[in-house]
Ligand binder design. Sequence first.
Ligand code: 1HN
Length: 347
Amino acid sequence: MSTASQSPAARQAYYGQIAQHNLSPLWESLSRLIPRTPEPKVVPAIWRYAQLRDLIMKSGNIVGAVEAVRRVLVLENPGMPGQATVTSSLYAGLQLILPGEIAPSHRHKQLALRFILEGKSAYTAVDGERLPMSPGDYILTPSWTWHDHGNPQDGEPVVWLDGLDAPLMLHLDAGFLEDYPEMEQPIRYAQGYSFARYGYNMVPVRDVPKGVTSPLLKYPYDRSREALDRLYRMNDIDAWDGVKLRYVNPATGGYPMGTIAPFLQLLPKGFKGKTYRTTESTVFCVAEGRGKVHIGKESFAFNPHDVFAAPSWQSISFESPNEDSVLFSFSNRPVLDATELWCEERK
Ligand code: 1HN
């Protein structure tokens, strides 16, 4: 016999009773736990570089790189304030390093990428190699590699976008952090070493790929940009993406790192892209040009170095009416591929 005729008060009393035993009724939360379609708490959002640049530069007077460890303004999704999260699985921040500064060496399980926005004088050292930074370069900091950043005394302020899988790692409780005993790790390789070994569609003959992480640590902008430009001239343009390329681990053809996939795409002048949506969450950063993006119910005009976040399963389309635009982006796609959770709808 059903007991469903119990009064609301009796139910509440029952919920109170079971709560004392750390129990809750699934029938009250099932639709929140397993929504019919993705229901991200994060929302479409844009950070406009022209509005932020002065504030980033001002952070240089607020705190030094050593005290800060990393002088970064975190891009906090307004749908999840206070949680240092730009999408539900990704972190993004804008980092400043001034001439004469060193950001001290450490390593963590959280992997990071850098996309350089302005300034040419700084470098990051990763796993024993010093990698000079130039605008548009995509640089890896693989999981558990020592990394420190520096900028010589006669340099200029340098700003880049950081992307990390830190929110995902918080969910998994799998992160560790260790400080290097000195400010800088020792340099063990010549500048350009990883590029010479892996940057030319060739790999050293006795090399055996180690895990999923790319041995190529920097993907210089001029090379990636040239690929887009050549395909553009050959009219190899997708109606949704423009010309869009995925950065690869040259040793495996897979993504460069295990949890974050990076991309670079060109939206030709006059492009009006069709609408798509995918289960990935993506952070876009404008490398060049101006245009417009529609994400879910929002539309944002974008300008150089703006960053915008596209949550899962929100419709996305791009327009670049007046000039060519180039967008760098990174998403959690490797995780979705590995778990067969990636899907896409193209309208
Ligand atoms: C980190 O190590 C860096 O190395 C940047 O530049 C941002 C955000 C959270 C945790 C570690 C860096 C970070 C970070």
